[in-house]
Design a protein around this ligand. Sequence first.
Ligand code: PHE
Length: 338
Amino acid sequence: MKEKLKELEINSVGDISSAPDSVTLNDIRVKYLGKKGLLTGILSGLGSLPPEERREMGALANTLKTSIEGAISAKGAELKDSELKTALEKDRIDITLPGRASSKGTIHPLTRGMQEVIDIFTGMGFSVEEGPEIESDYYNFEALNIPKDHPARDMQDTFYITEETILRTHTSPVQIHTMEKVQPPVMSIAPGKVYRCDADITHSPMFHQVEGFMVDKDITFGHLQGVLHTFIQTFFGEGTKVRFRPSFFPFTEPSAEVDISCLICGGVGCRVCSGTGWLEVLGSGMIDPEVFKAVGYDPEVWSGFAFGVGIERLVMLKYRINDIRLLFENDTRFLTKF
Ligand code: PHE
């Protein structure tokens, strides 16, 4: 048995030192020390030896077992080390390669347009108010002098939620909410989303407006003209001509639609302005006494003007966008042009 152990020692040293990788090393461990391993086999034969020899062989076999274990774990550490080195060598990152640029976001043209409009009016002293997008028939229509069944309701195709509750068709109801809250003098704007049942290349069922109004003593049409003139010069550039064209809105009297000289042809007439030289940009007028009565302002004491401007329209004109749907498709090839 001594010889057997000697032989096993020599073989195991050879096996372990020549193991090329940790998988083979593990096989070697099983071969000698596993449940059915060579050393285990020898140890189980100890029982049949006479007691003295058994003790001697047992001690020898145990020493051998410890030394095999030691050799395996030393070799294991060595192999692990070199395997890690090879893996690192193989996976080495080439830091001289150019990096992949991540794409940068841009501010959406509508957001930018909205911010510009808000900046211009707050710069003139207007405060900013907001109102609900789900609105009552009263605030959207009746308080604005548009009674039920009045033909003026046809001007705005409305999404009805119930008989009395709708998606607001314009930001004008915020005028009513604000006037109910505060006494004149007041000047505020109301930016926000509005909804109309309408969709083609210049209309979207959801779009953005900025409402503005001012109430004080002795406010005249001249004040309205001055404010809108300043707005248009700032938004579209110095020298843009402004024209007030008589129109009708139930909540203003007199009412005017505001046109600017065509941004493409400068007023000579082209396809974009249908040969007229003018582009329509917003609706406005002097607040109707009926609206003042609805909110409890005395029309004999107070006067004011109001206007409402569509942000999509402004942005489309300014950046020469001919299809409103481009603004809502979120195609980054389009959005990164701004
Ligand atoms: N609310 C009107 C619209 O959406 C615009 C407007 C606002 C006109 C204020 C006059 C005064 O068409």
